[in-house]
Design a protein around this ligand. Structure first.
Ligand SMILES: Cc1cc2nc3c(=O)[nH]c(=O)nc-3n(C[C@H](O)[C@H](O)[C@H](O)COP(=O)(O)OP(=O)(O)OC[C@H]3O[C@@H](n4cnc5c(N)ncnc54)[C@H](O)[C@@H]3O)c2cc1C
Length: 336
């Protein structure tokens, strides 16, 4: 088990979790951030990267993706420790310290926890196939980071939305063959993309396997050999493939944090807005995951909560020190 000690553990690398690194850093506080997704940015990166946002103060219009890039740049001076693709699971409390365990066998010890978990840990919706975990990250991927591995390969892509259609179009230029599997006749993807897919089928780059769904996977030692697909009348086909990319969207789950015995109201963590503290001393919640009378689920509200929570952390970490409030125009960027 890897052990890490930090002053504040931030759960969630969405916009609010990222901005907390800045607010804590400006008070000279070290933090580390853990997110179950393998990218930073929470909802902004995973649900609407290309959409323009119009209510970030000082930015008349900014894409969600650019906002996250700006936040990453803003926290760079604090050399943030980011652990991605890792879900925070169990917690134990000894004297005044928290011991938090992650899905990757990591133990993080800290005196404060800042929960910026939004609607919960994001993860891909997976097809219900028996031996799927044997192939994950080897020949089955839910997220593409290096498309060069698909060169001259036979790929099955499943799903009916934009991600499935866009990746099928993109990879058709390098793959040997794409099988596009969807359980309904009609795709939800943008009409233009659907048109492109059918024109690629005419050029034999894509084969539409519709309406079919994946029934089972065959292969050895994580290496796929074929997918068995079936239609509504249970007629089966065998597709010889090297890779399988299911794109069935993301779902979120507050999951393990629900078992931390924090006060919860309608699936959200109740906090005192004057400190952002939850019902447990030293555990704070900010952003979409928290609730109090008048709470607005907006990025700008989360940013303000990040500042409030950082000041609360300071008081818990350094109870004997007086915090002299300084504007950033006076302090500049703090060194930690
Ligand atoms: C389509 C759309 C448009 C929007 N437009 C706007 C807008 O115009 N203006 C605006 O202000 N807001 C908008 N919002 C809302 C805004 O995106 C959210 O308020 C914001 O993302 C909340 O940020 P957050 O950091 O609190 O949580 P999130 O962005 O949800 O990030 C939380 C992160 O925590 C991680 N996490 C959760 N649990 C765990 C765990 N146990 N272990 C590890 N990681 C965990 C998740 O994987 C996630 O990455 C929009 C939302 C959507 C869906």
């Amino acid at each position: 088990m890897t052990e890490i000690e930090t002053e504040v553990l931030i759960i969630g690398a969405g916009p609010v979790g990222l901005f907390s690194v800045f607010e804590l850093g400006q008070l000279g506080i070290k933090s580390c951030v853990i997110d179950s997704l393998d990218i930073v940015g929470g909802q902004c990166s995973s649900l609407y990267p290309e959409k323009p946002i119009f209510d970030i103060p000082g930015f008349p219009e900014i894409s969600a993706e650019q906002l996250i890039i700006n936040l990453e740049n803003q926290i760079k001076p604090f050399k943030p420790k980011l652990f991605l693709g890792e879900k925070v699971e169990k917690i134990s409390i000894k004297s005044d310290k928290f011991f938090v365990y992650t899905s990757k066998n990591k133990l993080v010890i800290s005196k404060c926890i800042l929960i910026a978990a939004g609607n919960g840990a994001f993860g891909p919706n997976k097809p219900p196939l028996k031996n799927i975990t044997d192939f994950e990250e080897k020949s089955i991927f839910y997220h593409i980071t290096d498309k060069s591995i698909f060169k001259n390969k036979r790929i099955a892509i499943a799903g009916g939305g934009d991600s499935a259609a866009d990746w099928a179009i993109e990879l058709s230029s390098i793959a040997e063959k794409i099988f596009f599997i969807h359980r309904r006749q009609k795709l939800r993807a943008a009409p233009n993309s659907v048109k492109k897919l059918y024109s690629l089928e005419k050029r034999k780059k894509v084969e539409m396997i519709i309406p079919f769904q994946v029934d089972s996977i065959k292969g050895l030692n994580g290496k796929l050999e074929s997918l068995v697909v079936k239609d509504l009348s249970n007629a089966k086909k065998i597709l010889p493939v090297d890779f399988f990319l299911p794109f069935f969207g993301l779902s979120s789950d507050l999951g393990p944090i629900k078992d931390w015995e924090l006060e919860i109201e309608k699936n959200l963590l109740k906090i005192d807005p004057s400190t952002c503290q939850t019902s447990t001393d030293g555990i704070y919640a900010i952003g979409d995951v928290c609730t109090y009378p008048g709470k607005l689920k907006l990025i700008l509200t989360g940013f303000s909560e990040a500042a409030v929570a950082a000041h609360s952390c300071y008081k818990r970490l350094f109870p004997d020190k007086v915090l002299h409030f300084e504007y950033s125009t006076t302090s500049g960027i703090k060194k930690i």
